[in-house]
Design a protein around this ligand. Sequence first.
Ligand code: UDP
Ligand code: MG
Length: 139
Amino acid sequence: MATNRTFTMLKPDAVEKGHIGAILEKISASGFKIVAMKLIRMTKADAQTFYGIHKERPFFGELVEYMTRGPIVAAILEKDNAVEDFRTLIGATNPADAAEGTIRKMYAASLGENAIHGSDSDDNAAIEGAFHFSGREMF
Ligand code: UDP
Ligand code: MG
């Protein structure tokens, strides 16, 4: 059974460009409830751990630089079928492949700088949420 929570980050490029409000509005309008949220700058160690699954990939170094160059908005979101529905809302990893109306189509610049993260499974949503938030920061 699908759980009802997912984890997201508005990445440094989206924050730099002033898109926090517009993206959160779209997330809310799509039926997701914010149950945890903060503005935080990840350390290199944070990003290396968070994206540890990609550590052998050629883009890993660039990904860590990108994700640590400024603050992100981290949030936990609640909705029925949250993980799958949120991946649909953000669109394909490469904005060139993302469907019209998706967040990456609207706000992402490139495959590397793609504006937003969404967990890819219920297990990862729980792991990623717990990485960024303590119990008393989740509602
Ligand atoms: N990424 C990249 N080059 C690639 C693939 C991914 O720079 O060829 C970056 C991009 O920011 C992406 C993140 O690494 O969002 C994690 O990649 P993943 O394949 O997990 O994509 P996502 O789950 O974010 O769609
Ligand atoms: Mg992923």
